[in-house]
Design a protein around this ligand. Structure first.
Ligand SMILES: Cc1cc2nc3c(=O)[nH]c(=O)nc-3n(C[C@H](O)[C@H](O)[C@H](O)COP(=O)(O)OP(=O)(O)OC[C@H]3O[C@@H](n4cnc5c(N)ncnc54)[C@H](O)[C@@H]3O)c2cc1C
Length: 427
């Protein structure tokens, strides 16, 4: 059968789209293509897999028979090598090609690997796929010291998995603090304290200049040299400095790309019948009021659903997402969302007690950003107020109180959706 809907990417975005298409169109053929060989799994759980806390079956985002149940053809372990836009065909590696009537690009992100000398040695990894975690396993058997390059979200989730496995970790971060993209300075410092208590050796304000080999096996990782000349021995290096939208399929194509693929509120690209969602796309960010990269799982799934509805002919607007994270490293909970390091013209409310810290950022009496660390009980309500665009002027002084909750919000301003729990913000 000729596929009517072709979806490149079998993850949050691709699955969201396939499910929405099936709600509208029970007949049209759907083909999902992914170069990963696995049925859809929850990518954020790869650290729990590495920690030995989950198996592949425990990470599956949908049951194994999902494709069969929804009459979806899944071409897993197959890479799309190119797209013929005028001919409306995707070209698979090996030169087979498939026609599409509607195409979705849900190709996600790709890890950034800087040009560090020695980066091609055996024992140098990135950490974004289940396969990365599987391949790393073998290298962890003798519990070698691991150098994690990057103190962002991926570095953090990897480090927590490694510590659970009893492996010594050195984290090297270029900036002067960890989680610089998602936290403000006071919250970063609290996390740094938690990391050190967990036994992680943290080196900030430094880059790795070179990855060196073992003395008797030059091709295999033996250590790293920092910019200041310091040498650290290790048996494994993981580069976790962040990701970039995986836009290779639309390079030099008629599809408009900024940092990611540009999409409108229908998740449509600039090329007719071609849609994009998830980490590869610049979906609408309701905090900034414009298209931006907001690379988190719930945004990818919701954006995929909206793309799917529109591909199947049901006109639907993407309500927007924003960069929001709820995480717990070494037992210490954190929530951050929107503008955490605000621009001029914003009002910042802060409260702090020992190891708990709350910050809410306001613009014209509307919440545009928040950071909760240590005690995140009230973060969900603050997030709901931000997402629903509620004017918080009448009760703003209460926003960072430790007993803040829905009861502080006048009845007339309460709306459905305000009581989001931090767990609902992420998968
Ligand atoms: C370690 C880690 C921890 C994370 N933790 C969290 C978290 O706690 N909370 C949260 O909200 N988000 C988290 N994220 C981010 C979240 O996983 C992503 O936002 C989400 O996976 C994006 O989904 P997506 O569908 O856009 O793309 P992806 O999940 O990146 O999937 C894209 C798929 O497309 C495939 N593909 C790409 N190009 C081609 C091609 N040419 N041919 C065939 N297949 C192709 C890729 O191989 C991949 O399988 C985490 C990410 C990582 C790596």
């Amino acid at each position: 059968m000729v596929p009517k809907y072709v979806i490149v990417g079998n993850s949050a975005g691709g699955i969201g789209a396939a499910e929405a298409i099936r709600e509208v169109d029970s007949e049209g053929s759907i083909c999902i293509i992914s170069d990963e060989p696995f049925p859809v799994y929850s990518r954020p759980l790869i650290s729990e897999f590495l920690a030995g806390e989950r198996t592949l079956d425990g990470m599956l985002y949908r049951p194994r028979d999902f494709y069969q149940q929804n009459a979806i053809e899944a071409l897993l372990g197959q890479k799309v090598a190119g797209i013929d836009f005028p001919g409306a065909r995707v070209v698979l590696e090996g030169s087979e090609s498939l026609p599409w009537e509607r195409l979705l690009l849900a190709t996600g992100g790709t890890p950034i690997v800087p040009n560090i000398a020695g980066r091609d040695k055996e024992g140098v990894f990135t950490f974004t796929t289940l396969e990365d975690a599987r391949r790393m396993e073998r290298f962890l058997e003798g519990k070698p010291r691991v150098v994690v390059i990057g103190g962002g979200l991926i570095g953090m989730s990897l480090a927590s998995a490694l510590v659970k496995r009893g492996v010594g970790v050195v984290m090297v971060e270029l900036l002067d603090r960890v989680l610089g993209a998602v936290l403000d300075e006071p919250a970063s410092r609290l996390v740094e304290g938690v990391l050190r208590e967990a036994g992680i050796e943290l080196i900030t304000g430094q880059a790795v200049r070179e990855i060196t080999g073992k003395s008797f096996e030059e091709g295999r990782v033996g250590g790293v040299v920092l910019q200041d000349g310091r040498q650290l021995s290790c048996g494994l290096v993981v580069i976790a400095i962040g990701g970039a939208p995986r836009t290779e399929l639309v390079k030099n194509s008629p599809v408009k790309v900024n940092r990611g693929i540009v999409v409108d509120r229908h998740m449509a690209t600039s090329y007719p019948h071609v849609y994009a969602c998830g980490d590869v796309a610049e979906g609408y960010d309701f905090v900034y009021g414009t298209g931006r990269l907001t690379p988190i799982w719930p945004n990818a799934y919701l954006g995929g659903r909206i793309a799917g509805y529109n591909m199947a002919g049901k006109q639907t607007l993407y309500p927007g997402g924003t960069a929001a994270n709820s995480f717990k490293y070494f037992g210490y909970p954190l929530v951050s969302a929107g503008m955490v390091n605000p621009q001029d013209g914003c009002e910042v409310l802060v409260s702090r007690q020992d190891r708990s810290y709350r910050k809410v950022v306001l613009k014209d009496d509307h919440i545009v950003g928040l950071v909760f660390a240590g005690d995140i009980q009230q973060a969900g309500v603050a997030f709901g107020l931000m997402r629903e665009g509620v004017n918080v002027r009448p009760f703003k002084d209460a926003l960072v109180r430790d007993d803040f909750g829905l009861t502080f919000i006048p009845q007339g301003l309460r709306r459905a959706g305000l009581g989001v729990s931090p767990r609902e913000m992420v998968p």
